[in-house]
Design a protein around this ligand. Structure first.
Ligand code: TRP
Length: 340
């Protein structure tokens, strides 16, 4: 019991391995993960199996990006001596948990999940939705509960998935008659979702409106230059609109001097503050943030066998943890135990 009380709470979160991570991931979740890794027991999942649910035709892309995302983690300051980084598809217990959980969720409930609805629309599946895609929230519930995580740092688009996870948790615990699985809380950042540089609601690589964490100094400069502001703010002396102005949204997310940002907003609204000056401030902040990340990433990429060692060791540790949860659950459900 004493051990229980002193144990750190567990974090599990992850990313699909479909491409390198960008500033949206940084604001949405990476920043929280770096901050929390010393006070929590943290597992990060390279979600290659989830990535396959809409990339079955392109497994090479999914495989290649395992290392790219791992490099992003390490470059932003994830410390592999305190955070366990692991590869989803190499953890068979998660697949077994998913299979069990699928019986505790209805197809109608899956189709109602707002995140899934949005994603299905964005992907133009039409009537050809891969079954694995529709069911990935169940696999994500397996990810979270398999590690007995109680905290999940994610962007706000993931909130419905945590809700669905907790429904599954309650159903299984009720079926078993005791609390084997734990409910989890989503940790969603204060600033909400970071828009793309073009002002579109979501920053995403496929939309071409993202700033990757590995962006060069020139790419950062170019992205800020083309950033959407107030299209009616033609002269510096004109009054301008702050709402929906991407430069201000980014300053809210990255500028630590909150008071200065509020002053700038007031000045912009009054007139007398030009887009150029505003963008210069943001560009400096982003350059200072991203330069060390980029440099660390380049250095780590030269030692890719070290990165693979980190993933191998992390996956080994995660295998024990997730297998223990599966065993407990099988036992709770009274499944037959010829396993060896
Ligand atoms: N759905 C997440 C994303 O698209 C990735 C993910 C997979 C995840 N498993 C998870 C996030 C478990 C949090 C917890 O980026």
């Amino acid at each position: 019991m004493a051990i229980e009380l002193t144990q750190k709470p567990t974090i599990l979160t992850g990313d699909r391995t479909t491409g390198p991570l960008h500033l949206g991931h940084y604001v949405g979740s990476l920043r929280n993960r770096v901050a929390l890794q010393h006070t929590h027991r943290q597992f990060l999942l390279l979600a290659d199996a989830q990535a396959l649910t809409d990339n079955a035709h392109n497994p090479e892309r999914v495989r290649r990006n395992i290392v790219e995302v791992a490099l992003d983690y390490l470059a932003v300051g994830i410390d592999p001596t305190v955070t366990t980084i692991c590869v989803q598809s190499c953890l068979p217990a998660l697949a077994e948990l998913s299979q069990l959980y699928l019986n505790f969720v209805t197809v109608a409930r899956l189709e109602r999940n707002p995140t899934i609805k949005d994603e299905i629309q964005a992907r133009d599946f039409g009537r050809d939705i891969p079954a694995g895609f529709l069911c990935y929230p169940v696999a994500q519930a397996a990810d979270i509960t398999g590690f007995k995580a109680t905290l999940v740092p994610v962007g706000e688009d993931q909130a419905p998935l945590i809700e669905q996870t907790n429904e599954i948790v309650r159903r299984l615990n009720r079926q078993i008659g005791r609390q084997v699985l734990l409910e989890a809380t989503a940790l969603i950042p204060r600033v909400g979702r970071l828009p793309g540089v073009d002002g579109k609601a979501k920053m995403s690589k496929s939309q071409g409106n993202a700033i990757p964490l590995s962006a060069s100094a020139e790419e950062i400069a170019a992205a800020v230059r083309r950033m959407y502001t107030d299209p009616n703010h033609l002269r510096a002396s004109d009054p301008g609109t702050v709402e929906g102005n991407v430069v201000f949204t980014y300053l809210d997310a990255f500028d630590d001097d909150r008071e200065a940002v509020e002053d700038l907003k007031a000045q912009y609204r009054r007139g007398g503050l030009g887009d150029m000056a505003l963008k210069r401030r943001l560009e400096t902040i982003l350059q200072v943030l991203l330069a060390p990340i980029r440099e660390r990433r380049q250095a780590l990429a030269r030692q890719s066998s070290d990165v693979l060692d980190i993933l191998r060791e992390g996956t080994r540790r995660a295998r024990g943890k997730t297998q223990a949860t599966l065993d407990e659950l099988r036992d709770g459900l009274g499944l037959f135990a010829f396993r060896e």
